[in-house]
Design a protein around this ligand. Structure first.
Ligand SMILES: [Cu+2]
Length: 193
């Protein structure tokens, strides 16, 4: 896989589009201001900018609504409430993950788990997510660094997260909520077979 493909994750694409959009706005405003002849007073120039702004707003609205309709189909949340093929327990601890197949039968503090867990692909996985101490963020990333799904890991709460891995491979669990000194080392692994 080329490095270009790896770099073009969805997040990078969103960032580039935002930057491009902002650059277009700045360029259009500069162009309109420069194209206004010197005799024109500031009011005329201002009206020209406003006219362009209205058109830009209409186009932007269309693009955003189209993007929303297209991307909403990719949101994993409609799977919530569906029947789970497998259950995985996730406990966030400062500063690692305790993960294990099956439903937790102990409290989160007593729960014995591993920093790695194995699940099947093409199955509806129910993650039961909680914490043994403070708030953590349970985020699943693919090997290209794209965020696939996430939920909060909160003490005294069990948050349910349903996800179906389309392809086998290595996936990474990263803490998405700053939780102390070595938060950034709080990385786990999901092997999808
Ligand atoms: Cu954390």
């Amino acid at each position: 896989m080329s490095s270009i493909t790896i770099l073009m994750t969805l997040q990078n694409l969103a960032g580039i589009l935002t930057l491009a959009g902002a650059t277009i706005v700045v360029a259009v405003v500069i162009f309109v201001l420069l194209s206004a002849s010197e005799e024109e007073d500031k009011d005329t120039a201002k009206h020209k900018v406003y006219a362009v702004r209205t058109k830009y707003f209409a186009i932007l609205t269309l693009v955003l609504v189209a993007g929303l309709i297209i991307s909403l189909r990719l949101v994993p949340y409609p799977r919530a409430g569906s029947v789970a093929d497998e259950t995985v327990t996730i406990v966030g601890v400062q500063w690692f993950w305790r993960m294990g197949n099956g439903e937790m039968t102990t409290g989160p503090v007593e729960f014995v788990g591993s920093n790695e867990v194995t699940v099947p692909s093409q199955k509806n996985i129910k993650f039961v997510v909680t914490s043994a101490d403070v708030n953590h963020g349970f985020g699943i990333y693919d090997s290209k660094g794209s965020l696939l799904t996430q939920t909060q890991a909160m003490p005294q709460y069990k948050n349910l997260l349903y996800y179906k891995f389309d392809n086998p491979g290595e996936y990474y669990v990263v803490c998405m909520e700053y939780c102390g000194q070595t938060h950034s080392y709080m990385v786990g692994k999901i092997h999808v077979q």
